[in-house]
Design a protein. Sequence first.
Length: 218
Amino acid sequence: MEISVLTIDGPSGAGKGTVSRLIAQQLEWHYLDSGAIYRALALELTEKDVLHDSITEIVEVALAMDLVFESGEEQLVILNGQDITDLLVLESTGNAASKIATIPEVRAALLQKQRDFKQAAGLVADGRDMGTVVFPEAQYKVFLTASALTRAERRYKQLKLKGIDANLLKITTDIQERDQRDSERQFSPLIPAPDAVYIDSSNLSIQAVVEEVLSLVR
Ligand code: C5P
């Protein structure tokens, strides 16, 4: 039997991570946080002092990355034996990730790592190109978005909760810059799959979004 896949794509701060995790828990499916893979690679490149224009070297690092997601109350991300969970959430990591994510060779190198998450009983895949490129065959596809201001405010609260210093204006500018880069890039840009259900979460609670997405699957 074909393994079920639910893809949730959209810009940063739309609530994809929280919603995807809750749905994966409820359905008892696996969860792929594809953004974390791009973020982990960005960190590894900084750690190894690899420049963003050394494409061959970046691809080598991408293919060699030993990345483990440990699910528990909070997801832990272990890169080559080191817990990088706290570094992953930094805005600087997201920005660096979005820069290397424009390189087609990098995207190709990370494709199989992402597809390996498709395992029984099913997968909730969260990202930018899950429904268009990585899992075009997915049975259920959602494009989850929210206004830029709502997304910036959510990100601000998330960072504050984690005790990380944050500035709302700076976050809003960063989000707009990142949206533009993600949407305008030539390869795998952030666009809804033609068969995706579009949900604007600006005025919806997390629970309401979860219910709406679950109703598509059930
Ligand atoms: O989702 P998250 O904010 O963690 O993603 C960080 C960056 O990684 C995004 O801004 C985007 O440029 C890139 N990304 C991507 N394709 C994905 C997931 C993330 O290009 N499927």
